[in-house]
Design a protein around this ligand. Structure first.
Ligand code: HEC
Ligand code: HEC
Length: 389
């Protein structure tokens, strides 16, 4: 079998199964080569605490990492005052114990409005080339947070970008009055949303998962870190006709990543795994047409980013609309070969799984659960727990 050779690669995002890589490319799912306007910071001195084999992620030059900024971002991520009614924060939807997702099929904002899509996991976001389920325009973590912070349709946190009282809160709160100047030294007016977004991004870049039993087995050569069954499941995952790694590849198990390249150029892939084949003009439900909503190309209906499969066993329900309750539902879907809608990837052809093979593949997926990550105090709520009054 083809083993994942190395994590340090210059431009390859699929370290696994290198020989299948050209074929994957030839599917030409979509390749947007963005000669990005972003200038990346040269390798910084920041201590990432990287799992062995991981390379440092790229960081935009105008938002260098620092421990103070990361700490500020963590306080913000967990602060319910960062919402229109004090009812929620980033962490209300992105909960550490569920791999920074929640257990709802679709997200619910602080005023009770439903989002059309499910909360996404945050592990290893520092390396993703593009953010959200199917939006090729969002390529920076610093920009991604404007949607949850300020969006009205639907409201997620519901802040007012121009004049929110939260800016007053941070200027007067004793913790922030200390942290903001430390994070943005020498800046005479550090209490701005631009800085809030930068600090959140710095914290998010540290949310790194790479200590699962599978990592220990595969990259740290701890031969007993995963079961025999999970080892057989690894073989299934990386081989035809199952071909999971074709889309859920690389060290993120989530498709396209960016590496520390000098020009920041990268390719981005979106794909339909054949969730729906509805009658009517679009084969997918109207509120979730995937990449098509941005390109208006009918071939892009139902194309989404393959999500990372790290910590997948604690992240049910699955898919962009939470329509699958369990990993068995997901495997049933791939085994039957999707729905054969017009834009479905030809890689998804269907296969049979014996009960043993199914158990093996599930054992492999479960071996991607990183308990260190799910319980790491560095990613947890830093605020003192308030006693109920
Ligand atoms: C109401 C629930 C909710 C809240 C609150 C929320 N998010 Fe999200 N988050 C989502 C949903 C839903 C998505 C997927 C969005 C989409 O595809 O349209 C998402 C996606 C993301 C992503 C993209 C991950 C990836 O791999 O592409 C990041 C990063 C993120 N959120 C960070 C944040 C931050 C930072 C905050 C706080 C400022 C926040 N979120 C608040 C629901 C929420
Ligand atoms: C052709 C690309 C492709 C292949 C091959 C593929 N997937 Fe996926 N997978 C996707 C996409 C795209 C999604 C998200 C689809 C959506 O939400 O509409 C997804 C979603 C998932 C999810 C849900 C993750 C979450 O966070 O909601 C799981 C689990 C999953 N796939 C497992 C597998 C397994 C196991 C295999 C092999 C049997 C596999 N995939 C093969 C593209 C693929």
């Amino acid at each position: 079998m083809i083993r994942p050779a190395k994590i340090r690669g210059k431009s390859s995002n699929a370290i696994h199964s290198e020989s299948s890589r050209p074929k994957f490319r030839s599917l030409a799912l979509i390749l947007l080569v963005a000669a990005s306007a972003v200038a990346w910071q040269s390798p910084s001195t920041f201590d990432w605490h990287l799992p062995s084999g991981f390379h440092a992620p790229p960081v935009p030059a105008d938002n260098p990492m620092s421990p103070a900024k990361v700490e500020l971002g963590r306080y913000l991520f967990y602060d319910p005052r960062l919402s229109v009614n004090g009812e929620g924060s980033c962490s209300t939807c992105h909960m550490q114990k569920y791999g920074f997702t929640d257990q709802r099929p679709v997200a619910i904002g602080v005023t009770g409005q439903s989002h059309p899509r499910r909360v996404m996991p945050l592990a290893n976001v520092a390396w993703f080339a593009v953010f959200n389920w199917a939006n090729p325009a969002v390529t920076q973590l610093e920009d991604q947070s404007t949607t949850p912070l300020f969006n009205n349709h639907p409201v997620e946190l519901g802040l007012n970008e121009q004049s929110d009282k939260f800016l007053h809160t941070i200027a007067t709160d004793p913790i922030y009055a200390k942290l903001f100047p430390q994070a943005f030294p020498g800046d005479p007016g550090p209490y701005t949303f631009a800085h809030i977004r930068k600090a959140l991004a710095a914290f998010e870049r540290t949310i790194i998962s790479g200590n699962s039993p599978y990592d220990r087995f595969r990259y740290r050569h701890e031969s007993n870190a995963i079961s025999e069954s999970a080892r057989r499941g690894e073989d299934i995952f990386f081989h035809q006709p199952y071909s999971c790694s074709r889309c859920h590849g690389g060290f993120t198990f989530g498709g396209t990543t960016i590496y520390q390249t000098t020009d920041g150029a990268h390719g981005i892939e979106f794909v339909s795994n054949g969730l729906y084949n509805l009658p009517g003009p679009h084969s997918y439900p109207e509120d979730n047409l995937g990449l098509y909503e941005h390109t208006h190309n009918p071939a892009d209906i139902g194309k989404f980013r393959p999500p990372s499969l790290r910590n997948v066993s604690v992240r049910a329900p699955y898919m962009h609309d939470g329509s699958m309750r369990t990993l068995d539902d997901v495997l049933d879907h791939y085994a039957r070969g999707g729905t054969k809608n017009p834009s479905q990837s030809p890689t998804i052809q269907g296969f049979t799984l014996t009960p043993q093979q199914r158990a093996d593949l599930k054992a492999f997926l479960e071996s991607l659960t990183d308990e260190n990550f799910l319980n790491n105090p560095a990613f947890a709520n830093p605020w003192p727990i308030r006693s109920p009054d």
